[in-house]
Design a protein around this ligand. Structure first.
Ligand code: AMP
Length: 224
């Protein structure tokens, strides 16, 4: 099973993606997560990516595209994968589609989470990351997933924020890229929506990201 996940930052894409990943036992490949690991590890890739990430810009395609296409070639992806955060623009979508065709790989499901830009922004600023698992849901602005004091509501772990989540200019830039229907991330989602028309294997699912995490999960499961 090969799955693509789209949604603006703050839409709960990581949380919902983790549910599908567990359900189908797939590697969850998060482009942003790969960059963050490299930044933490002080690698050359991390150093190159950091300057773009801190400003809310996309890391250039000549770095990002080979990084993800190589990742999809690794052994753990042979039984399928869930890709989150890539493609982020139309060129990345075209290159991914081309690589899948060349590798004779099918795309089975595309999930797009819909969320109003202002709501997404507030969610990002309230997001807190657990040291034990980034996908433990903690958000100071959402009642049902409010942290337990200053600790993770799931496991009691220490919480932190991402620097690019607290910078309004960077958030606005990231959302500008996401909601751009000409060349941005929405354009890349629509690229696959168009493919659905000519493919009997591909299922394109849209979800309303506004309700609670549980309600979005229920909608997701009902549409699979
Ligand atoms: P995310 O964790 O998905 O919010 O990604 C964090 C940052 O990593 C983004 O704001 C970009 O700077 C960079 N990034 C993640 N995925 C991509 C991508 N597909 N193309 C370019 N840059 C990316």
């Amino acid at each position: 099973m090969n799955i693509l996940f789209f949604g603006p930052n703050g839409s709960g894409k990581g949380t919902q993606g983790a549910i599908l990943k567990d359900m189908y036992n797939l590697p969850h490949i998060e482009s942003g997560g790969i960059f963050r690991e490299n930044i933490k590890g002080g690698t050359d890739l991390g150093k190159q990516a950091k300057e773009y990430i801190d400003k809310g810009d996309l890391v250039p395609d000549d770095i990002t595209i080979p990084m993800i296409l190589d990742r999809l070639q690794q052994d753990d992806c042979k039984k399928g994968w869930l890709l989150d955060g890539f493609p982020r623009n139309k060129v990345q979508a075209e290159k991914l589609d081309e690589a899948l065709k060349n590798a004779d790989m099918n795309l089975d499901i595309v999930v797009e989470i819909l969320l109003d830009r202002e709501i997404a922004k507030n969610r990002i600023m309230g997001r807190r990351l657990c040291v034990n698992d980034n996908n433990h849901p903690n958000n100071i602005y959402i009642d049902v997933i409010k942290p337990d004091g200053d600790k993770c509501r799931v496991c009691g772990g220490e919480l932190s924020t991402r620097a690019d989540d607290q910078d309004e200019d960077a958030i606005s830039k990231r959302h500008g890229i996401y909601y751009d229907t000409d060349t941005g991330t929405m354009a890349s989602a629509y690229y696959f929506k168009d493919l659905e028309k000519s493919s009997s294997d591909l299922k394109y699912i849209t979800l309303d990201g506004g309700p609670s995490v549980k309600a979005v999960t229920e909608e997701l499961l009902s549409k699979l």
